[in-house]
Write a new protein. Structure first.
Ligand code: GDP
Ligand code: GDP
Length: 436
């Protein structure tokens, strides 16, 4: 399971600037995924071959500084509980504040690695000011400038050094598809799990999870065999935390990264809101399979076109990644719950099935030839060869004479064509343009 790093600190110290700086290099590559909107608070970093997730906790607090100090305290505590390493940012321009000291007091209680960062050290003259922060008792501060990037390479070296070793999943789970039920609080995730497991309880076996309070459950019935991730997180009601968007995102990140396919649950009575989309983005960003469950369908007054209209609305909100199976479920009556799970298993199959090179070229090249990329700088752009790459999540390389001129809209066009020809519903794909 990949590590999660959290950036904490009071407002305006430069957390989001640092976040953008750290994810920027990698995003240049991964954001070639057609249509993935950049998530401003969650990203992946790959530094010297070590990969980790990074979360800007500040992104989940809105409003003015003082009103939200309590909120920030909660987030620091959550980061301590849920993350593997904490980046504690302070600001040399502003100097040491009482609130910095308070946050330091909270952080001192954890055994997890904390890296103290003195930000805004834009020039050597400010190094002396950085040393001031030594007195908060979190060791030597790491001087950086998030704005001009100085020190960030050394910082990443340090982070990678202090990150705990990644744990592998247990042997028992090896090879089984891993499904996850995700969604914001109260959409009916735990009720759906109960609906799935209601009969034949004895078939259910708990498999101990890798982290402290993760319990994965093996599901073996109706001809299916898979592991359902983080059932403890679903059952356990964390009343203290569950109102925090940050908490549900954090919890979801853990589970999504580990999953093959996610069942994203939304509440039919509320429709899709920002928090649902944030979780949807996490799924896309991690390139996991996805099935959408519009749950509590029993609560809606239905007329002839209710379902059709609702579905259209959902797809509109999920755009541009709309090639996704959608089910209208009720945990209460168990309507379509199993159908949705069956579809998730099919999505898993689709996601691991490789498309042969001959099929790709035979079916796709003629279409791309008929409708080639627009000429750029008077030059014709030709895609000559296509192959699937040996990656976990499906990705494809398109070899062309001038790959740098193939832009996002055309990639979107290719992706749409591929989705028409091949069976890719619920499966995010990645396209890379390469020089031939
Ligand atoms: P956050 O509230 O902690 O996320 O802080 P932001 O990232 O929004 O930054 C707050 C302000 O500090 C912005 O005006 C940034 O441009 C500025 N800032 C961030 N990093 C640096 C830095 O390294 N040097 C300087 N001089 N300003 C910075
Ligand atoms: P979670 O926080 O996502 O795990 O949501 P819960 O499973 O705890 O459900 C939140 C509330 O919605 C509970 O009161 C459930 O009884 C109710 N609920 C969940 N699914 C359904 C459903 O399909 N239909 C109806 N009518 N209520 C539901």
């Amino acid at each position: 399971m990949p590590n999660i790093v959290a950036i904490v600190g009071r407002p305006n110290v430069g957390k989001s600037t640092l976040f953008n700086r750290l994810v920027q290099k990698r995003d240049a590559i991964t954001d070639s995924v057609a249509g993935v909107t950049r998530d401003r608070h969650y990203g992946r970093v790959d530094w010297t071959g070590r990969e980790f997730s990074i979360i800007d906790t500040g992104g989940y607090v809105e409003g003015s500084d003082d009103v939200f100090e309590g909120e920030i305290r909660k987030q620091v505590n959550l980061a301590i509980e849920e993350c593997n390493l904490i980046l504690f940012v302070v600001d040399v321009e502003m100097g040491l504040t009482e609130f910095d000291k308070e946050i330091a007091d909270l952080l001192r209680k954890t055994k997890k690695p904390v890296v103290l960062i003195a930000n805004k050290v834009d020039n050597p003259a400010r190094l002396a000011e950085a040393a001031d922060f030594y007195q908060i008792g979190m060791g030597e501060p790491f001087p950086i400038s998030s704005i001009n990037g100085s020190g960030t390479g050394e910082l990443l070296d340090e982070v990678v050094k202090q990150l705990p070793k990644e744990q592998d999943s247990e042997d028992e789970e090896e090879g089984l598809p891993k499904l996850a039920i995700v969604g914001r609080p109260n959409v009916g995730k735990s009720s759906l799990v109960n609906a799935m497991f209601q009969e034949e309880r004895n078939i259910v076996t708990d498999v101990a999870g890798t982290t402290r309070d993760t319990v994965n459950t093996r599901f073996t019935k109706f001809g299916m065999d898979f592991v359902l991730l983080d059932t403890a997180g679903l059952r356990k009601k964390t009343k203290v935390h569950e109102d925090l968007e940050f908490y549900s995102v954090m919890r979801s990140v853990r589970t999504i990264e580990h999953a093959d396919v996610c069942l994203l649950v939304i509440d039919a009575t509320l429709g899709i809101e920002a928090q649902d989309l944030a979780i949807f983005n996490l799924i896309q960003k991690n390139r996991k399979g996805v099935v959408v469950l519009v749950n509590k369908w029993d609560l809606l007054d239905k007329e002839t076109n209710t379902m059709r209209d609702f579905e259209a609305l959902v797809r509109k909100r999920l755009a541009p990644f709309v090639d996704i199976p959608i089910f209208f479920t009720s945990a209460l009556t168990r309507q379509r719950v199993l159908k949705a799970v069956e579809e998730a298993m099919i999505v898993h199959e689709r996601r691991i099935t490789k498309i042969s090179t001959s099929k790709l070229n035979d079916k796709l090249l003629p279409i791309l030839k008929d409708n080639p990329p627009p000429m750029t700088k008077g030059k014709e752009i030709k895609i000559k060869f296509i192959t699937q790459l040996p990656t976990h999540a499906p990705s494809f390389a398109f070899y062309a004479n001038l790959p740098q001129y193939i832009k996002e809209p055309y990639k979107r066009y290719i992706e749409n064509q591929m989705r028409k020809i091949f069976d890719l519903s619920g499966v995010p794909i990645q396209l890379f343009m390469r020089k031939k």
